[in-house]
Each structure stands twice: as C-alpha cells, then as structure tokens.
Design a protein around this ligand. Structure first.
Ligand SMILES: Cc1cc2nc3c(=O)[nH]c(=O)nc-3n(C[C@H](O)[C@H](O)[C@H](O)COP(=O)(O)OP(=O)(O)OC[C@H]3O[C@@H](n4cnc5c(N)ncnc54)[C@H](O)[C@@H]3O)c2cc1C
Length: 225
C-alpha cells in the first residue's frame, strides 16, 4: 500500500518557528515559545506567507505511480528537491504497479490490465536476457503506472499551494489520495501540523469561495453564477 513517511528533519513546531523567524525582524522576544506561537499564528492569519518558507518538510513517498510523481514534480515554487528510485536496478519480473479502482472493480478490465503489465515485464526481461539490450534501454518499456519511491524536500508554502490544486475534485484521483495520505501523515506529526492542515490545506474553491475550473464538479458555484 502506498504511504507518506514524514522524516524527522521536518519542522516539528512550524507555527512557533514561523513566529520566531518573524520576531527576529520585529525585535521581539524570541526566547518565549508561547509568544512565538502567537506571533506565528498572527503572521499566517494576516497573510504574511513568506514565513511559511522557513518550515521544512522532508518525506518519503513510497508506492505511488510514476505518473502521479510526475505531476508532483510540477510544483516548483520555492525550489523543492528530491531523489527518485532508479529504473536501472528494477527486477522487471516483479515490478509493482498501481491498480486503478475503476479497473479493479471490472474483472475483465482487470485481466487486460494485469496481462499488459505482465507482458511488459516479460518483454523487458527478454530484451535484456536474450538480446543483450542494456537495462537502461529495456527500461524504456516501463509504464507510468509502475510504483516508484522518492525522498522529497520542500517548504510549507509550497505544500499549501499544492493542496489548492490537488485537493480539487478535478485533480487526478491518485493525487487526491496522495494529498489525503500527506495530510494524515502531517497531522500525526504534531499538534501544530494538525492545526495547519485543518485550516490551510484545502481545494482552491474553498480559498476563493467559488470554482475557477471550466468543468466544475458543482461543489461550489462558478464565479459568474
Ligand atoms: C485539473 C488539473 C489539470 C492539469 N493539467 C495539466 C496538464 O495537462 N499539463 C501540465 O503540465 N500540468 C497540468 N496541471 C498542473 C498545473 O497546471 C501546475 O503545473 C501545477 O499545479 C503546479 O504549478 P503551480 O503553479 O500550481 O505550483 P508551484 O509551481 O509550486 O507554484 C506555486 C505558486 O508559486 C508562484 N510561482 C511558481 N513559480 C513561479 C515563477 N517561475 N514565477 C513566478 N511565480 C511563481 C505562483 O504564484 C504559483 O501559483 C493540471 C492541474 C490540475 C489541477
């Protein structure tokens, strides 16, 4: 099962840290954790979101498809970084892949899907073992649905921006599930994270009060309505 693992280098008390950083510029007492917390909260409520860039998040995303990770990589605000599992060291015979819910529910579709994955695995192995094709070339056959693993590092502001796009009903279903897993993992990490997720991680229609998508899901009215 796919999972998000929050690494210990992630800021444990993000609101307090934001207040501490802002306090430096205001000549405030930054030794007082309670005051830092209150100042951090004031900053984000007032919309001074630059402070969010001091909050570090490091995590492992494990078992999501290469396809959803490709979408994850489009969120470049604040210059995040990451490492991704190599496709050179995969054992083709048993590479894992994501099974979409729609396919899983349809037995005939499931058989076609699984058979295709099996053929890819067998063909890749054949290219390498029978024809001496280098592994990096045989790996070109690997599908976007294959599972991958990344170690990711970015800031709070980037993740909040991401939530606005990717918690939208129009976003790819696997990305929405990944956002759900991410929110849960962060909420478990600390109380301050639970507050931030509950108040700032939301689809853009909740931020705007109306839907900006051309094809709306109807969760919120369109602006012109
Ligand atoms: C329904 C849906 C369909 C999509 N379809 C596609 C698709 O077909 N193809 C595709 O490639 N993507 C697609 N996307 C992804 C989307 O268009 C963005 O690429 C993705 O959301 C990341 O970009 P971002 O600006 O939201 O986030 P970030 O890159 O993290 O940026 C966050 C914010 O930072 C600021 N910022 C970031 N970079 C700069 C910069 N260089 N200069 C100034 N300000 C900056 C902006 O204010 C931006 O809003 C889709 C997304 C959705 C939800």
């Amino acid at each position: 099962m796919a999972k998000v693992i929050i690494i210990e280098e992630t800021t444990k008390n993000p609101i307090t840290l934001m207040g501490q950083r802002a306090g430096v510029c205001w000549g405030a007492n930054i030794e007082d954790a309670e005051k830092n917390y209150k100042r951090g909260l004031d900053c984000i409520i007032s919309g001074h979101h630059r402070v969010m860039e001091y909050v570090n998040v490091e995590m492992i995303l494990d078992g999501y498809s290469a396809r959803v990770i490709r979408e994850w990589y489009t969120h470049i605000g604040g210059a995040p970084t990451r490492l991704q599992a190599s496709t050179r060291y995969i054992k083709y015979e048993d590479f894992k892949y994501v099974l979409p819910h729609t396919v899983e529910k349809n037995l005939e579709a499931k058989a076609v899907y699984e058979e295709t994955m099996k053929t890819i695995a067998e063909s890749a192995a054949k290219l390498e073992n029978e024809f001496g094709i280098p592994r990096e070339d045989a790996a070109m056959l690997l599908p976007l649905g294959m599972e991958t693993k990344i170690v990711d590092k970015r800031n709070l502001r980037n993740l909040i921006e991401m939530s606005h796009q990717r918690m939208c009903t129009r976003a790819f279903w696997e990305y929405r599930e990944l956002m759900r897993d991410l929110c849960n993992a962060l909420k478990e990490y600390s109380e301050e994270w639970a507050y931030l997720v509950d108040h700032y991680f939301m689809p853009k229609c909740d931020v705007n009060g109306y839907c900006t998508e051309k094809k709306s899901c109807g969760r919120r009215p369109k602006k012109e309505d």
